[in-house]
Design a protein around this ligand. Structure first.
Ligand code: PMM
Length: 281
């Protein structure tokens, strides 16, 4: 059981992408055995749960067929869950979520927040498990053309609130909903920074907040001259650890990261800097 209670230290969600083409680690864990072994490594490094995904959502990515997505994720979910690992399934497809839940997954992480598949809300409502609702406007092939906001923080908050209402009308329990601002999804670098600067506004929506900045391009562009290529994805773990620290200081419930060990150290620093509560002192 994954607790959604407020936390002084965020949970660490380790990423295992069973894909040939994710921007951050595509192809590295594509074989089930490699993905399972990587999940175990992330748990050993301090992850609290493992997010298993079979569809790349990098800008421009084409979707795999349903059968292929199932083939990628089900054996990995099954093996990790059987070892007692808390597994989250990262999917926009209700059939994949249902198969993963049957295989022992404890949480559904849908980057479209139920918009991509009309059956998703029913699957989640029926299972009564935690559901990550990410801010999302369009599939990866077209999402960057939708990166247009009046005020990105208030627009994202309003769109997430509307999504929560729709999901509640479909039977999803409000207290099972985790929100995520969707860093990099229909967002420019400046939109991502504004959202990160104003995490408090997202926390104030009253749901646990998941922050997924790990290895995203806006971190790779830091310190690079205008027009230069961003740093490669695997060189964005230090900046990711710093955003994990920031997320901890601003009330995130969990952070979704590739380099678990670095984030655990960043959260140790955040913990050490936190004023002890009366109970602790
Ligand atoms: N980002 C990616 C995939 N899944 N899920 C949530 N909830 N939040 C995110 O920001 C998110 C996600 C894309 O990153 P990856 O290709 O490195 O997994």
């Amino acid at each position: 059981m994954i607790s959604l209670a407020p936390r002084s230290r965020p949970l660490v969600m380790g990423v295992v992408n069973v894909t040939p083409d994710s921007f951050s680690d595509g192809g590295e864990w594509f074989e089930p055995e490699a993905a399972i072994a990587h999940g175990r490594e992330l748990i050993a490094a301090g992850a609290d749960l493992i997010d298993v995904g079979g569809e790349s959502t990098r800008p421009g990515a084409e979707r795999p067929p349903l059968e292929e997505e199932l083939r990628r994720v089900v054996p990995v979910v099954k093996a990790l869950a059987a070892e007692g690992t808390a597994v989250s399934i990262d999917t926009m497809r209700a059939a994949v979520a249902a198969a993963a839940l049957d295989s022992g997954a404890a949480l559904v992480n849908d980057v479209s927040g139920g918009q991509a598949d009309g059956e998703m809300a029913a699957v989640v409502a029926q299972a009564g498990i935690p559901f990550v609702v990410m801010h999302w406007r369009a599939h990866s092939t077209t999402m960057q053309s939708q990166a247009v906001y009046g005020d990105v923080v208030s627009d994202v908050c309003a769109e997430l609130t509307a999504r929560v209402e729709t999901l509640k009308d479909s039977g999803v329990h409000s207290d099972q909903i985790i929100l995520d601002p969707g860093f990099g999804f229909s967002k420019t670098a400046e939109h991502n920074w504004a959202l990160l600067r104003h995490l408090d506004a997202l926390v104030a929506l009253g749901h646990p907040l998941l922050v997924g900045t790990s290895r995203k391009a806006f971190l790779g562009r830091l310190g690079r001259p205008a027009g230069a290529e961003p740093r490669p994805a695997t060189e964005r773990d230090l900046t990711t650890a710093v955003t994990s620290f920031h997320s901890a200081r601003h009330g995130a419930w969990a952070v979704r990261v590739h380099d678990v060990a670095a984030t655990v150290q960043a959260l140790d620093v955040a913990d050490a800097l936190r004023e002890p509560t009366e109970k602790e002192s």
